[in-house]
Design a protein around this ligand. Structure first.
Ligand code: GAR
Length: 189
């Protein structure tokens, strides 16, 4: 299955997915990285793995619809069937949602619906919860909403700070996201 990963940041999830795809562990081909941030480190990771990058500058467009039409064009050219959001910090608009209905995944570092949006780990620590985790869900028009596919919980130990929790969350994400993608490819989800 041909997939595109959408990312705006460091790209650790992109890296794991693209490597596993190249090693044949995952039955997908990462055809494209879509990136909306000029200096996002994920772009170097894509270059290192030979994955083409479509980077766009949102402020160069008047409307979301305009850049999503450009994205759609490259997705179609690459025969992309599934969109995998991995730290793409932007709401998906109707253009992409209609073209890829039920075929857009997102990962989020909390047990949704708790702590959507940015800085989910910091939000959880601020709220003094004892348990947080990771959610993988289908994307709809909302911010980190849409039907939940998979969740895993993580206990926050006494005295742990954001970076300690983030490390554990990242390990969980790197295990869970490829697993769910593979289950989708196999038709098990
Ligand atoms: C991940 O932790 C992902 O769950 C989060 O961004 C990070 C990207 O990390 N996504 C969200 O917060 C979406 N609301 P990465 O660039 O190292 O893959």
């Amino acid at each position: 299955m041909n997939i595109a990963v959408f990312a705006s940041g460091s790209g650790s999830n992109f890296d794991v997915i693209a490597r596993q795809a190249q090693e044949g562990i995952l039955d997908v081909k990462v055809k494209l990285l879509v990136c909306d941030k000029e200096h996002a480190p994920v772009q170097q990771k894509a270059q290192a793995l030979g994955v083409p990058v479509f980077r766009f500058v949102p402020s160069n467009y008047e409307h979301k619809e305009d850049f999503e039409k450009d994205i759609l064009h490259v997705l179609h050219e690459a025969d992309v069937e599934l969109l995998v959001l991995a730290g793409y910090m932007r709401l998906i608009g109707p253009t992409l949602l209609q073209a890829y209905e039920g075929k857009i995944l997102n990962i989020h570092p909390s047990l949704l619906p708790a702590f959507p949006g940015k800085d989910a780990i910091e939000q959880a620590l601020q709220a003094n919860v004892k348990v947080t985790g990771v959610t993988i869900h289908l994307v709809d028009e909302g911010m980190d909403t849409g039907p939940i596919i998979e969740q895993e919980a993580l206990r926050i130990e006494e005295g742990e700070d954001a970076s300690a929790v983030q490390k554990k969350i990242q390990q969980m994400e790197h295990r869970l996201y490829p697993q769910v993608i593979q289950q989708i490819v196999k038709g098990e989800i």
